[in-house]
Ligand binder design. Structure first.
Ligand SMILES: [Zn+2]
Length: 149
């Protein structure tokens, strides 16, 4: 793998798990510039985001499976259903806990919100003027602002 072009900045970014999504726009510039210059940190950032998304996907999937199991047990009501129900409920609760921990401790929500805003902006741009004029001014302003910045 390539060597980091600026070890000091690279170490700071590593400490943040290459997440600058929570920083104010003014503070981000230097780090954004470093990501442009440094293939190593860019690669690591991508890897970390893949890990974050994988974790949340796994937590979601396992939570869904445990919930399905719980529903299936309730529906078919086999012998010793209580024990199975408890296991499924614990599994679902544990998955939910992992999901929350991942969502709180990683930039996944910020990244998702960013993508959502981008999509909203794209749709907004394509809207005919008469529809746009009906959208409350505050929302239009927000979408326009982000495009400039
Ligand atoms: Zn670097």
């Amino acid at each position: 793998m390539a060597v980091c072009t600026d070890k000091v900045v690279g170490d700071i970014l590593a400490g943040w798990r290459y997440d600058i999504s929570g920083l104010a726009p003014g503070m981000r510039e230097d780090y954004e510039a470093h990501f442009q210059d440094c293939a190593r940190c860019r690669g690591k950032r991508k890897l970390h985001r893949i890990i974050d998304f994988a974790l949340i996907l796994i937590a979601s999937a396992s939570g869904a499976i445990f919930l399905l199991a719980l529903l299936a047990i309730r529906h078919f009501n086999p012998a010793r259903a209580i024990l199975l129900e408890v296991i499924a409920a614990c599994g679902a609760a544990f998955s939910a806990m992992v999901w929350i921990i991942v969502a709180v401790s990683t930039p996944v929500p910020v990244v998702v919100a960013g993508v959502a805003l981008q999509q909203a902006r794209r749709i907004h741009e394509k809207l005919p003027e008469e529809v746009k004029s009906r959208i409350p001014e505050k929302i239009s302003e927000k979408l326009a602002d982000e495009t400039k910045g």
